[in-house]
Design a binder for this molecule. Structure first.
Ligand code: NAD
Length: 420
């Protein structure tokens, strides 16, 4: 596909780390210690298909750093999942939880399976086999997965059940569960809500624009992209373009996001934008160049890269996805004065509400959605202001400031533990 990353997720993570480590004047020994994962697990995930054939997928769980609390991070089902990608995403989680100052470390998992190729029964089996291989390193106080690309609340329900068979009732072993099984109100929308809150704050502070003056384009119309688009439209912004892996739609006068969401989530649909009749299609190559104020890549790694960055018209890029801007594209955007809000801040809403879910599970108590949303906003905007202050103090980009703040907290936790 023309919009595939030109550098790997791991290379992006390395540049992000190195720049901040330079600002912190971190020694080579500390750099190696912080970057090296605590533990990496690679497992077979065998499956008898419904047609009787037999396939074996590869599953991973990387626990990057647990100095500040249990490892925390999603499980991704995607044919692109590989060791280096999972490592990079696990490391990103370490800095995300540190930046928003919640008591977790960073982890990530995945299976190199395309969930769209599997039936529900097959997906359940893949999930259960994967959990049966990694359950010994999971646990409410050890490692707490969540949904990510290609997984959802149903996947988490299977994980709770499978884990519970060996360890007893443990709802806090995963977050992003269905409400009926101890999920938190507001969790499904949380990452998109966080993207919306950060986009509006950054647009106010850096573009001097109110929500009603904003034109927004969102790549990815899944959990993050769809909810961010819906909430931005609700806040008064004009969503001019959206896309998913099947294609995109553009209307300079504004798309009807609620109608698009209803189209994608309709009972007899395939969960994609394909065939949407209400707007003009826009090709993947043209999407990043759509005329807008705010561009939100909320799909894949490396989506904005050296070959399409010159076309970006937005003055503000908000990273809904993890690692969606390559270092070269980031450098060019910075030179052009385009503010890029880094993933570890922009998409931290999900892990913050995961923290609320985990807390509620320990308490066996349910908070109201209004309470969840209010606490989310407080924690996320505090992190936003902390990063803004650090940007000034270091005279650095928002990404450098966010990573410096986060890495500094991880180093400090390691030093205090004294466990080296
Ligand atoms: P999802 O599976 O719900 O949705 C992914 C969307 O991206 C789909 O609409 C898919 O069609 C689209 N997509 C895939 N390839 C594409 C391409 N080449 N071009 C355009 N669109 C494409 O996944 P999600 O949970 O929304 O996650 C999206 C990103 O956000 C990932 O990077 C994930 O790691 C990150 N993230 C997710 C959460 C969360 O709570 N779900 C939290 C933080 C970060």
């Amino acid at each position: 596909m023309s919009d595939q990353p030109t550098v790997t997720a791991y290379e992006i993570a390395t540049v992000n780390f190195d720049r901040a480590a330079d600002l912190l004047d971190l020694s080579p020994e500390w750099r190696t210690m912080i970057r090296t994962p605590f533990r990496e697990m690679k497992v077979e995930v065998p499956l008898y298909r419904d047609d009787g054939s037999f396939t074996t997928f590869i599953g991973y769980r990387v626990q990057h750093n647990g100095a500040r609390g249990p490892f925390k991070g999603g499980i991704r089902f995607s044919p692109h999942v590989g060791e280096q990608e999972v490592k990079a995403l696990a490391e990103t989680m370490t800095y995300k939880t540190a930046l928003v100052d919640i008591p977790f470390g960073g982890g990530k998992g995945g299976v190199n399976v395309d969930p769209r190729d599997l039936t529900q029964r097959e997906l359940e089996h893949v999930t259960r086999r994967y959990v049966s291989r990694i359950h010994l390193i999971l646990g409410p106080n050890r490692d707490v997965p969540a949904p990510d690309m290609g997984t959802n609340a149903q996947t988490m329900a299977w994980i709770v059940d499978q884990y519970g068979r060996q360890h007893g009732y443990s709802p806090a072993v995963v977050t992003g569960k269905p409400l009926e099984l101890g999920g938190s109100p507001g969790r499904a929308q949380a990452t998109g809500r966080g993207v919306m809150l950060i986009a509006l704050a950054a647009a106010r502070d850096h573009l001097g624009k109110a929500p009603a003056d904003l034109r927004v384009a969102v790549q990815g119309f899944g959990n993050v992209g769809m909810n961010a688009a819906l909430l931005l439209a609700e806040a008064g912004a004009t969503v001019v373009a959206v896309s998913d892996h099947t294609g995109g739609f553009h209307n300079p006068g504004g798309l009807d996001v609620a109608e698009l969401a209803a189209y994608v989530t309709r009972d007899d649909g395939d969960g994609t934008l394909a065939g949407y009749p209400g707007a003009e299609p826009v090709g993947a190559d043209d999407f990043m160049g759509v005329d807008c104020d705010v561009l939100i890549p909320a799909a894949i790694e490396g989506a904005i890269h050296k070959d399409n960055v010159a076309s970006v018209q937005a003055r503000l890029v908000v990273e809904g996805a993890n690692l969606p801007v390559t270092p070269e594209a980031d450098r060019q955007l910075d030179e052009r004065g385009v503010l890029v809000v880094p993933d570890i801040l922009a998409n931290a809403g999900g892990v913050i509400v995961s923290y609320f879910e985990w807390s509620q599970n320990f308490q066996q108590y349910r908070w109201s959605e209004a309470d969840v949303n209010e606490r989310l906003e407080r924690i996320l905007l505090k992190a936003y202001h902390d990063v803004a202050a650090k940007m000034k103090a270091l005279d650095a980009s928002m990404r450098e400031a966010a990573f410096a703040l986060a890495i500094g907290r991880v180093v400090s936790a390691e030093e205090l533990r004294g466990s080296l």
